[in-house]
Every structure is written in C-alpha cells, then in structure tokens.
Design a protein around this ligand. Structure first.
Ligand SMILES: *Cc1c(COP(=O)(O)O)cnc(C)c1O
Length: 427
C-alpha cells in the first residue's frame, strides 16, 4: 500500500490540544515555515538585485501581512481592496505593486501614496496615463503562452485575458509616449504551478520586449512556483532556475549594458505549506461491501475549495483523538466536507473535478481529527465562505511548538448576517 502522508509542521499531540483550545475547523499558520520560505526565496540568485513580493491573495489576514512586512517583503496585490488591507496592516504603499483585473475606485489615492501600478491592458495604461501623465508604470504582458497546475490556473496564452497581448507591445509603447509615461517594469505571471522550464522561455520573451523599451529597469516574473506537498511530488530547485535566469540577465547586460533588477511574487510558495487545517471527524459511513468508507469532517468547501475547483490533492492526515497517528491500521477512505452538496469532497481524482477516489489513511473514527495540509494559501482566502451558513473558521499563528496566537476569531452568526435588512412587510 502507498505510504500515508505526514504532518508538515505540527506534531500529532498538538492537534487535540489546539482543537480543544480553539475549536474546529481551525487554520494554524507556522511562522517559522513562513520565514524559511521567505528566506529561501530572497536568496535566489539575481545578479542585479532581487525584490520578493508576497502575493497577498494567497492569504490576506492582517497578522500574516504584518509578518511578511517585518521579514522585509514587498507586496503584490490583485485589487484595491487588498492594497487597503496592506496599508491597514502598517505596510507602506510604496512597497505595493497592484496587478489587477479590476482597478476599482480609490486606486489613484493609493498611487499618490506610493503604490506602483501594473497596467494589464491598453485601457488600464490609458487610465493611468490620464491620471498620472509623466509618471512611471509597469506593463503586464501575456507572452503568448502559459503554464499551470491545471488549465484554470494558467494565465498566459490566447485563452487567457490576463495582461497585454505581447504582439500589442508597440501600441502600448505609443500610448505610454502619448502620456509621457516611463515604463519601469515588465511583468509576466503565466500561471500557478507552472513547469519551471517555461520560465526561461518567458524570460527570453520578456527580454526581447525589454530591449525595445530602453527605460525598463525591473523584470517581474510573477508567482506560480511549485511546492512539494505530497509524498509523490518531486523536489523543486528554484535556486537552480534562478541561476539560469541570472545567466540570461547577464547576457542581456553584455548585449545592452543594462542591469535588470529581478522581482518574484510567490504566493503559494510563501504560504501553502505554512498552514494546516485541523478538522474533527463528525461521522463515518460506508456504501457496502463493494463501496467505500467515508470520513465526514466539520470543514470542507467552507474552508478549502481547491479539491473541488481544481481537482487538487492535499495531504490528508488522520490524528486519533488521543494525539497518536494510528498508522498501524491504514485503510483506503474517502473524505468529504460538511456541506450539503455532493461536490464537497477532499479526495478527488487528481486534476478531475468530477470523480473521487479513496486515499490510504489511518482508520478514522468519530471524534478523531483530520488535518488537511497545504492550506496556508488559497484556503481561507478562497473558500466558499458561509455556504450552508457555516461561520468562517478561526485562524491561529504558531510561533514554535506550544506558542500560539489567535489572529482571527471564529465568525459569529451576528457577523454573518450583519448587513441583512428586513423588507417592510406590514399587514
Ligand atoms: C496570483 C499571483 C501571484 C502568485 O501566484 P502563486 O501561484 O500563488 O505563486 C503572483 N503574481 C500575480 C500577478 C498573481 O496574480
């Protein structure tokens, strides 16, 4: 039988303790892991300097933003709202670059305070030029190809609306000239969980464009760096990729005399493995001798939509209620969430959002725990919040074993319904 997955940073005996102290479902984020991930990324080789921007959409909880700020990170935001959450967390606007599909009202004030603007279309470039003629701007490019874990996570190529289509670069240059804008940065984010080989192809395309825009000083390669989450996942060496990119930047320097500052925007890499979701087993059912054994947990789509939305596999670890791993008794089991919807399953067939398949887990009984790993990013921030009117889960930061800080309270019913208003139904 395949080996069962292991806990990432928690030790089994912490699970019942945390569950009793804070209730379940509970997100736990490990500060040491976040720091290690950030340090690993900031040490990627780059001959002319490197800026690491934490991609806020992975996890925008205030304490997490403040922690990245203390580590020295800059920030990638996907909306004006995320930018405001950064500012509210004490982050200087000048450390923020906005790359958004929707640039909503209020972006101008943030730019006046120092936020940098990444135009992802001709329309966005025009809007920036009209408001800030003579200013500095970035251009997000769709290089004509992309790569991602699944198609839904691919943000380059002709089926993707993200960024300015590379063949329209001259139009963008003309528009920039019309508003006397200087293009400081070329930005590309081709997908999440991309093949590392494609990054070099991306860099080559980006450098062709940089050669045509002499004012560009910064090359931003976006995020998408893979993590080793499952036993079956390979190891990834992002420093080796960095070394190959460095060689291209040095070549560009020899040819043009220009030294491009590199930027990277890890979201998944920074956070995914730094978070665990602790849930409690609330029921165990089976569908007969030829069927399956199902573990039902007190979390699911309401905390994590990646399995049902992408067919993404997360390491699942059963912890017995006494804090042991129970791995002497491993059996294939399906795991499903608490929502009354058939798609709330945590055991999809990889990459397939329609089919489910059991995974080997320690035999779970009611009141044991199931820990869902790889849930530090794109879990709390991207869940089907309040479906079935389950409240948002609490979030805790772990500063070493035994030291925990609550950074988000569990939502109350009053908070869930606070914006509802009654109809005037008299008589
Ligand atoms: C989402 C996003 C990222 C982060 O992607 P990950 O796959 O989480 O690393 C970085 N840059 C931009 C522009 C993004 O939209």
């Amino acid at each position: 039988m395949e080996t069962v997955e292991a806990l990432k940073f928690l030790s089994p005996e912490e699970i019942p303790h945390l569950a009793e102290r804070y209730g379940t479902p509970l997100f736990v984020y490990d500060l040491d892991t976040i720091k290690r991930n950030y340090d690993y990324f900031s040490q990627i080789p780059a001959p002319y300097g490197l800026t690491v921007r934490y991609s806020v959409k992975a996890n925008p909880t205030r304490a997490i933003l403040a922690y990245f700020n203390r580590l020295g990170a800059s920030f990638d935001v996907s909306s004006v709202w995320e930018a405001r959450r950064c500012v509210n967390a004490g982050i200087d606007a000048s450390k923020i670059l906005i790359t958004a599909q929707e640039v909503s009202a209020g972006w101008e004030e943030l730019c006046e305070a120092g936020m940098e603007f990444d135009a992802g279309s001709l329309q966005q470039l025009r809007a920036y030029g009209e408001k800030f003629p003579g200013g500095q701007v970035s251009l997000r490019i769709n290089p004509g190809f992309g790569s991602g874990l699944v198609k839904k996570l691919t943000s380059g190529g002709d089926h993707s609306s993200f960024g300015l289509w590379y063949a329209q670069f001259d139009e963008a240059l003309a528009l920039a000239e019309r508003y006397s804008l200087s293009i400081k940065r070329i930005h590309l984010h081709i997908g999440s969980g991309h093949d590392s080989g494609i990054l070099e192809k991306t860099v080559n395309r980006a450098l062709e464009l940089c050669a045509r825009a002499p004012g560009v000083t910064h090359l931003n390669l976006g995020g998408g760096y893979k993590v080793t989450a499952l036993n079956s996942d390979p190891q990834y060496d992002h420093h080796a990729v960095g070394a190959r990119i460095s060689a291209s930047l040095e070549q560009f320097h020899r040819e043009t005399g220009r030294q491009l500052h590199l930027e990277m925007e890890p979201g998944t890499f920074a956070m995914a493995l730094a978070g665990s979701l602790i849930t409690r087993v609330i029921d165990v059912v089976n569908t007969g001798g030829d069927g399956y054994r199902f573990i039902k947990i007190d979390g699911g789509l309401t905390e994590l939509m990646r399995p049902s939305y992408y067919g993404a596999l997360h390491p699942l670890v059963v912890v017995k209620k006494d804090g042991s791993l129970g791995t002497h008794d491993v059996t294939p089991q399906m795991v499903c969430g608490h929502c009354c919807i058939a798609g709330d399953s945590l055991t999809p067939v990889a990459g397939n959002t329609e089919d489910f398949t059991p995974v080997p887990l320690a035999r779970a009984e009611i009141n044991d725990y199931l820990v869902v790993e790889r849930t530090g990013g794109y879990a709390a921030s991207m869940s089907v919040k309040n479906f079935n009117s389950y409240p948002e889960a609490a979030e805790v930061c772990r500063a070493g074993k035994g030291s925990y800080h609550k950074i988000r309270e569990r939502q109350t019913l009053e908070q869930m319904t606070q914006n509802e208003r009654d109809l005037p139904l008299e008589r």
